[in-house]
Design a protein around this ligand. Structure first.
Ligand code: HEM
Length: 447
């Protein structure tokens, strides 16, 4: 168990202290100092026994080379969560807090082999059609709108008021959501991630996405939804709904945290000036040292196997710690040698994130635009008073309070060259009675 023959010392507050048990990744102690936990977990060797929620056991790979080996061996390690033994045996229930991210859904994340290839190709090809200039323009418009909501105050929570909202609005534009459907998509995704009334939020989201699919079947547009359904993979309506829900879910939460963690880095490290090139650098450093998806890539061995010094049974849950692998001693040399993108923040192998380019692009545009409007942006509280959300999978700030000189953003400049807002063809550009958040943005844009 112990790779270097020294006794592992659990980080302060860790209930694994002296118990020899699994290391819990769901408590406030882990959220406060994950690196102390990764340092401790490395003492077990390349993989360690962890608990993702009370009673939910997993093996976590913390070593970079071992992580790559797992991620690239899709014969031994499968993604289809219907193999998850503890779930099938009822030891983990559908109401477990980790079920929303681990339980099976019919989308490319949980598919293997030819099924995966077909679904994934449709996603990759459709995302590749996103025009970067159009993406920049809509990100700037949305950013301008969000800043207009708090700019005059001189203070904001850059997480809740900005980083959390922006990806959702951008997705509505990318997927071609008309006002009413877009309002419900925003409501559904926010509710699912906030865990408030999550069942209702999920139902609202799936209903809205179902309507979007029906709408685009009859009236296709210039958007990801239409490109997905026109793809040669010929997705059924049910497959369309699940791929769209995956894109929204797999995109919104990590994108929010990539914007949040990069802003955090820029506001707490003096060495980054607020210019385009250095935002890129801060983004790369964030992906190395504070990746938004810290522990994920759930896999299940197809048969019993010896792996990374552990005996794994078929159907055992194995995850990769991208955060630990990126920061382990083995990688320091690679990074110093200038291989700046060798990190695992987007995972690797057949299931690596298919949207890293658009996600990078949205993040950089969102942050550039924020500093362009609010050049003296600074943290409003001491850095050590910031808190991070609990949970084994993400690295996510709870809030990022900031101050700046109050501004009245010039809305005309933001919309000067922008595309028409996403509307169903034939729908009037303006509907004063709209009340949802996407509607309010569309109203603002067309005012
Ligand atoms: C535009 C925003 C994004 C979209 C639409 C998106 C979409 C997706 C999809 C569809 C997958 C599943 C791929 C497959 O199973 O074949 C995936 C995987 C992944 N994404 Fe993204 N993503 C986005 C942003 C991000 C961000 C910001 C991060 C973090 C830096 C991230 C990290 C990952 C990781 C680590 C995986 C692998 C998960 C696993 O192996 O289970 N993604 N993403």
């Amino acid at each position: 168990m112990d790779a270097d023959d020294t006794t592992p010392v659990p980080p302060p507050g860790c209930p694994a202290h002296g118990s020899g048990g699994r290391v819990p990744l769901y408590g406030p102690e882990f959220a406060a100092d994950p690196q102390a936990y990764y340092g401790f977990l490395r003492h077990y060797g390349p993989a360690a026994p962890v608990e993702l929620a009370p009673g939910v056991e997993a093996t976590l790979v913390t070593d970079y080379a071992t992580a790559l080996q797992l991620l690239q061996d899709s014969g031994t390690f499968r993604k289809d969560a219907r193999r998850w033994r503890a779930f099938n045996e009822g030891k983990v229930g559908p109401d477990s807090p980790v079920a929303p991210l681990l339980a099976y859904r019919p989308n490319c994340m949980f598919a293997d082999g030819a099924d995966h290839l077909r679904l994934r190709q449709a996603v990759t090809d459709s995302m590749a059609r996103v025009d970067t200039r159009r993406l920049s323009r809509s990100t700037e418009q949305i950013s301008g709108y969000l800043i207009s909501q708090f700019g005059a105050r001189g203070s904001a929570d850059l997480l809740g008021d900005y980083a959390k909202q922006l990806p959702l609005f951008v997705f509505n534009e990318l997927f071609g959501c008309p006002a009413d459907i877009g309002d419900r998509v925003l409501f559904g995704i926010s509710g699912m991630f906030d865990g408030v009334n999550a069942d209702k939020a999920t139902a609202v989201l799936f209903q809205a996405v179902g309507e979007l699919v029906a709408l685009k079947r009859s009236r296709p547009g210039d958007d990801v939804t239409s490109w997905l359904m026109q793809h040669q993979a010929q997705l059924t309506d049910e497959e369309m709904v699940h791929q769209l829900a995956l894109l929204l879910g797999a995109g919104a939460e990590p994108l929010r945290n990539l914007i949040g963690n990069t802003l955090h880095r820029l506001l707490t490290h003096d060495r980054y000036a607020r210019e385009g090139g250095l935002i890129d650098e801060a983004l790369d450093d964030t992906l190395w040292e504070n990746p938004p998806m810290s522990n994920y890539a759930p896999h299940y061995p197809a048969t019993d196997v010896e792996f990374a010094g552990q005996h794994l049974q078929a159907g055992d849950l194995v995850l990769v710690s991208f955060a630990a692998a990126n920061t382990g001693p083995a990688l320091q040399a690679t990074r110093q040698a200038g291989s700046n993108r060798a990190h695992l923040a987007w995972s690797a192998g057949p299931h690596a994130c298919p949207s890293k380019e658009p996600a990078r692009h949205i993040t950089v545009s969102a942050i550039e635009n924020l500093f362009n409007h609010l050049p003296d942006l600074r943290l409003a509280v001491p850095e050590d008073s910031l808190s991070w959300r609990r949970g084994p999978f993400h690295r996510a700030l709870a809030a990022l309070p900031a101050r700046f000189t109050p501004v009245q953003p010039d809305r005309g400049a933001d919309r000067a060259e922008g595309p028409a807002p996403a509307e169903a063809p034939g729908e009037p550009a303006r509907r004063p009675e709209r009340v949802g958040r996407w509607s309010q943005f569309l109203n603002w844009l067309t005012r």
